[in-house]
Design a protein around this ligand. Sequence first.
Ligand code: 6LW
Length: 513
Amino acid sequence: MHQLTNPLLPGFYPDPSICRVGDDFYMVTSSFSYFPGVPVFHSRDLCHWEQIGHCLNRPEQLPLDWQHISGGIYAPTIRWHDGLFYMVTTNVSSGGNFYVTAEDPAGPWSNPVHIRGAAGIDPTIFWDEDGTAYMTATTDWAEHKPDVWIAQIDLQENCIVGERRIAWQGAMVNAWSPEAPHIYRKDGWYYLMIAEGGTEDYHAVTIARSRDILGPYEGYPGNPILTHRHLGLDYSICNVGHGDLVQLQDGSWYMVALASRLYGGYHKNMGRETFIAPVDWSGEWPVVSPGTGRVEWTYPAPALPEHPFPPQDQDDFRALCWNTLGTPGPETFTAEKSRLTLRSGMDWLVPDGLPRLLAPNGCPGFYARRQQHMRFSAGVTLTVPAAGEAGLMLLQHGFNHLRIGLRRTEDGVRAEVVRSEKCGKPDYLNPRDYPRHVDVLWAGSCDEPQVRISLCAEGQRHFFTVNGQRVAEADGSFLGSETAGGFVGAYVGCYVSGSGAEAVFADFRYQGE
Ligand code: 6LW
């Protein structure tokens, strides 16, 4: 029996936005400084989802500053209008609000089109019944006026028509971070649903409505319609907010929203993930997760035919789950099914800070996928580079990371396990049972030393192996976003560091439960 299982998209997939076209559902999420940007998922039953592409997969669409991992692409919205998909979002590192379009959501998507006068973040497009387009977004943080604006937009001229009006300032007096606005038309009303309270413990979804799309909007006296802010910091699902609604073919409604799973204490290593809840909107206002009012781990499947997808081989280095940090150049990597050649232009793992790239874009040499499970193992066979260092890394915001790296020494290969917090001086882990360095012996040619390394997690306990032998362990709770800060979740994958360094990785395997 299939069912809805939360998280719907496990791992760092925040700010979900959803739309339905006929019998097909599409969803997008934020991607920050990872490339390609804005993953696109497809479903026909809401229970099974498969990634079909990215909205931003060409370097010219996505200039990024890799040193600000939580910069780049914020909160996308996906909508379909008149035969075309629109994805509207913000690149906070370059150019602000823009949209791209596609006939097929798997791509190709257009180059970015910027809307003149559309300040702020979290933009949405809404088409009224007469085809007039409107945009809402959150006022520019720099203006220190937290509110949601609305305006008519002209999609031929790509500009705002008339004035931007303040639509709503949130349900609470002095609401904190009103954001993530989306508009829905129902029973002659325009409903404006937003998030407020900030994206952490106080996060919430609130709603207002108006007869006039430009407002003024009146808040629902029963707000918030969804939050876990009152459940305490021990409750296993926290930070619930930033939602989008979708109506099914039978008229029923569902909400996708972001939330985090806690484990090993108040730690959110996987950042903000995508969750789902049923919504009863038979009355005037939506009731989210009727009967309990909170996001549950499972719900019965919607009344839709089950539609599973064949499993994707995520360990294939060409699979859609892989990302680089920052915008790659043509030389950054070469990916084949089970072999990856990764190049780095710099020593980006120097202690006490990061070197700046001369060009504004670029990629330091990190090719990875999301951590999606509390217990996982990631292993790879590495041909140790002639120069520099290469290995496996578990990376969070602020360059907080755990890594196992290999470098050549005069007489062999040395493995080091490193814990690095806030770009600070790294700790070379020397727990009581393990030597500081592991000198690795290998069989085969000394010119091409090959070593199998792995990085595994059992909750917050992390282990590292070299050729099957456990060499170090570390606590990973400093990788939680509550400590590391920022908006992203942990990524695990291959890295290389060193001017001109090139490393070859083979047979990557990620397993999680
Ligand atoms: C996003 C905002 C938010 O733009 O966090 O939780 C910001 N909500 O809506 C970054 O994801």
